[in-house]
Design a protein around this ligand. Structure first.
Ligand SMILES: O=C(O)c1ccccc1NCC(=O)[C@H](O)[C@H](O)COP(=O)(O)O
Length: 253
């Protein structure tokens, strides 16, 4: 299964990272205060806030672009009205790099989210040291104890968390954390099946005081209106923006 292979790669990366733990902890501790993702996503209550994603390649779609300049892309997203930027840092399946996140952070004023497959607190230290303001935690790839420990580690680093779920039982597990932001991924990360209406089905399991983010497969202004009607405050959009759909500009008009 895809998730097993990605998790195997993550665990190898974490092992290699251990030698740098002390240095990363020092750098993370010296970072400036975070730009709040929760605040950015709550700033325009009448419309859906967009977390615009920088990703060059995806397991489901292959290469999305051959000319990939995450810095320029993020600047364009900011100009077009994005509320936050997500940067893929996973190298093997998404051609991501932590250097992309550093470059993006230096070139926009928006909160920057590390989009990776986080299984160890050291990845959160690494994210903070690179300048991330927030990180994704995918409930499906960790157990309850690991999830709790990762959430606490993020809080200690002043990193905000987007807690990602893909089933009612994962929602139940996520809610034990009392999270501020929950993302419903419309994509099944093993089969890659993507269905926007999944967000509609899941909306009722997320309490009203939690910021709801609909993730994946969002292509049009109509999709944004739909998720707003279902009670979502934000959308995470990758492929359609990277491919130049103009969705952000279209939504501003
Ligand atoms: O994007 C994929 O193909 C993918 C496959 C397996 C695990 C994760 C994957 N993507 C991560 C994401 O959640 C998306 O990059 C993000 O939600 C944006 O989705 P999209 O707008 O459909 O590019």
């Amino acid at each position: 299964m895809f998730l097993d292979s990605i998790v195997g790669r993550v665990d190898e990366r974490v092992k290699a990272l251990r030698t740098q733990a002390e240095r990363l902890e020092k750098v993370a501790a010296s970072m400036t205060p975070v730009r709040s993702l929760a605040q950015a996503l709550s700033a325009s209550p009448d419309r859906v806030s967009i977390i615009a994603e920088c990703k060059q390649k995806s397991p489901s779609k292959g290469w999305l672009t051959h000319h990939y300049d995450p810095q320029a892309l993020a600047r364009q997203y900011q100009e077009d009205g994005a509320s936050a930027i997500s940067v893929l840092t996973e190298p093997y399946f998404f051609a991501g790099d932590l250097e992309h996140l550093k470059a993006v952070k230096a070139s926009v004023d928006l909160p920057v989210l590390r989009k990776d497959f986080v299984r160890d607190p050291l990845q959160l230290v690494e994210a903070r040291a690179a300048g991330a303001d927030a990180a994704l935690l995918i409930v499906r790839i960790v157990d309850d104890v690991e999830l709790h420990d990762l959430y606490q580690a993020a809080a200690a680093l002043n990193l905000e968390v987007l807690v990602e779920i893909h089933s009612p039982s994962e929602a139940e597990r996520a809610l034990k954390l009392n999270p501020r932001i929950i993302g419903v991924n419309n994509r099944d990360l093993d089969s890659f099946e993507t269905r926007l209406s999944f967000s509609e089905e899941m909306a009722h399991v997320i309490p009203a005081d939690v910021i709801r983010v609909s993730e994946s497969g969002i292509q049009s202004v109509e999709d944004l209106h739909r998720i707003q009607d279902w009670g979502y405050q934000a959308a995470l959009v990758g492929e359609s923006l990277v491919k130049g759909s103009g969705l952000l500009r279209g939504y501003q008009d």
